[in-house]
Write a protein that binds this ligand. Structure first.
Ligand code: MSP
Length: 586
């Protein structure tokens, strides 16, 4: 298990996050929204555990920001166009539109099943999205940043790109990863990617946390050095018609990144026309406009609707396979080309892969684990817990159902579930469900008193700092150590204080009250801290504590500001225990 000890290491200060960037005049009017996205999922096959992980990771980070009291905009969704989808639909003998409907529903169902609470759902076949994609393409075409050219060469059908000699292995052949290769000659539209190479290098050198973790930023920097040539952004309709038609040539559709990547802004209120009008677009080459163009283009960004600028830039969660070149190169350059200033560049949080038997879980290899089956078998919280605790953000992990069960039994059933159960049972048995708040100063010195005091003061502070730092570093697996350490310490307190003995001793009644209060109050704080990862269990604990019942079921029930000691009032009556995490027999 990762980082699951009561050790509160000092971590570096929270980094500057995109949502804290200055917004000029907007900032005076409203607090900035924390905007978080996932990649959008291909609708050529059903979701697997890798997709579930990414959605849950984003959901956990989004929930943490809501817990801090921030306004959050969480965008996720599906990537519905393209060759893979067209081919899969043809194979199934269904029209692409019907095919994607079916798979899209599965991703929607996955979100529901795993309690992923997003604010907007992206579907790239929607008119809203197509309008933005066309607007951006038209603008770049008018500016001379998109041009038509003929290309011939070897083409990878699987990776959907022309191959150059750079892609050949040491044996001179194209490797198996490229799948079927064919020779093609075709006219297409190209985006002048390479003319932005210097800008991208400069940007990456000037912002150390453009990509997280650090080693991914280094990987991206190296890749930028190798940029040569431009980006093909179209396919002739004769070959692919399941896409968004180019606004300036009806014989072509755009392919594929201008469609997919644009979702991050099209579903957040970006308006290509606002910028185009603001900069007084004219069809001339970018080079000829020089620095004057830059100034107006940035001014154009200011013309974006407030509802967009109030959210953007986003924290974007993606897997390591789509950093280079898609997000790290194409996306950042696209944004730059349409006038997004440097302080409006998104931050990329790159996660690793869930593997099975050492290989990336993927439909094409056929080694996928179905998240629906796991959630039905063990519950959504159990799966969320496993996905968050057994992978360090940025690294890979091998999926193991055995470990899922072992983690669940150890942390959730034996530690947390047991604590809830025994605490409430004891409060009912010894105090008829009532907890009494006792001043520790009135108690005689003892090991129990000192434990209670340390964990309600120093350790609470250390735990809180640790928890916040780990979330600031996007490490929910480590952040979970804070509530779990507290649960372990509470279980230890039960052992060292033996409330069943205190109950028999008239002299110890105040100490018994102090112990019971400590356990209940710790559970309240634990519930708040686990709520981003284990929302159901957090509600379960609050319900059983009979706390904030008026907000039962609602996320607003939890607030980090409430994770302060002593909020349960003297005389509070707790509810009856209901098993939260029944033990799973392996
Ligand atoms: N549609 C593109 C992304 C477009 S974003 C504008 C795509 N789709 S995907 O369905 O193949 O992958 C979506 C996300 O799931 C990616 O971030 C990818 O890294 C992630 N995962 C897919 N398989 C994965 C694992 N086995 N493990 C962890 N995440 C992986 O790429």
């Amino acid at each position: 298990m990762t980082g699951w000890k009561p050790v509160f290491a000092r971590t570096r200060q929270a980094r500057r996050l995109p949502y804290s960037d200055s917004l000029g005049s907007l900032s005076a009017q409203m607090p900035k929204t924390f905007f978080i996205t996932t990649a959008i999922y291909y609708t050529n096959s059903s979701p697997h555990v890798g997709h579930a992980y990414e959605m849950v990771l984003a959901d956990v980070i989004a929930r943490y920001h809501r817990l801090k009291g921030e306004k959050v905009f969480f965008l996720t969704g599906v990537d519905q166009h393209g060759q893979k989808v067209q081919q899969s639909a043809a194979k199934a003998g269904i029209a692409p539109a019907d095919f994607v409907k079916d798979i899209t529903q599965k991703f929607v169902d996955l979100g529901k099943k795993l309690d992923v609470r997003y604010d907007e759902w992206a579907e790239t076949i929607s008119e809203r999205h197509k309008k933005v994609v066309r607007g951006i393409l038209q603008r770049l075409f008018d500016e001379g940043q998109i041009y038509k050219d003929k290309q011939s060469g070897y083409y990878s059908v699987r990776q959907e790109q022309f191959l150059t000699d750079k892609e050949r292995g040491s044996d001179g052949q194209f490797g198996l990863e490229w799948g079927e290769i064919e020779f093609r000659e075709e006219e297409n539209y190209y985006f002048k990617l390479s003319q932005h190479k210097d800008w991208l290098s400069h940007y990456l050198n000037s912002r150390a946390d453009a990509v997280i973790p650090d080693f991914r930023q280094t990987e991206l920097r190296n890749a930028v050095e190798k940029i040569s040539g431009d980006l093909c952004i179209s396919r002739p309709k004769s070959r692919l018609d399941w896409g968004i038609e180019l606004p300036f040539d009806k014989d072509f559709v755009t392919y594929v990144w201008f469609d997919a990547l644009t979702n991050y802004i099209s579903f957040a209120g970006y308006d290509p026309n606002a910028t185009a009008v603001a900069i007084g677009l004219r069809p001339v080459g970018l080079e000829s406009l020089g620095t004057a163009h830059r100034a107006v283009a940035t001014a154009g960004f200011e013309a974006q609707p407030p509802e967009f600028r109030e959210k953007w830039p986003a924290l974007q969660i993606i897997g390591k396979d789509i950093l280079v070149p898609a997000h790290g190169i194409y996306w950042l350059i696209m944004l730059h080309a349409i006038g997004f200033p440097e302080d409006q560049m998104p931050q990329l949080l790159v996660h690793g892969w869930w593997n099975l038997g050492g290989a990336k879980m993927s439909k094409s290899i056929g080694n996928i684990i179905d998240p629906f089956v796991l959630a039905d078998k063990y519950g959504s919280d159990a799966l969320r817990y496993y996905l968050m605790s057994e992978i360090a953000t940025g690294s890979d992990a091998d999926f193991s159902e055995g470990l899922l069960v072992a983690d669940y039994n150890h942390a959730l059933a034996n530690t947390l579930g047991n604590l809830v159960n025994r605490t409430l049972n004891m409060i009912h048995r010894f105090r008829q469900g009532v907890i009494n708040s006792i001043s520790l100063a009135t108690l005689a010195e003892s090991e129990v008193r000192s434990h209670v005091q340390t964990w309600s003061e120093d350790e609470l502070e250390a735990g809180r700092t640790f928890y916040k730092n780990k979330f600031a570093d996007f490490r929910p697996s480590n952040a979970l150590s804070a509530p779990l350490a507290r649960a372990l310490a509470c279980n230890a307190l039960v052992e060292i204080s033996a409330p069943w003995n205190l109950a028999k001793d008239k002299q110890q009644q105040k100490l018994l009250d102090a112990v019971l209060y400590h356990l209940a109050e710790s559970l309240r704080i634990i519930a708040i801290w686990i709520s981003p990862v284990l929302p159901r269990a957090a509600h379960g604990i609050f319900d059983q504590l009979n706390w904030k019942m008026e907000l039962s079921g609602k996320e607003e029930r939890f607030s980090l500001a409430d994770a302060e000691w002593g909020k349960l009032p003297d005389g509070h009556v707790v509810g009856k225990p209901v098993p939260l995490f029944p033990r799973i027999e392996p």
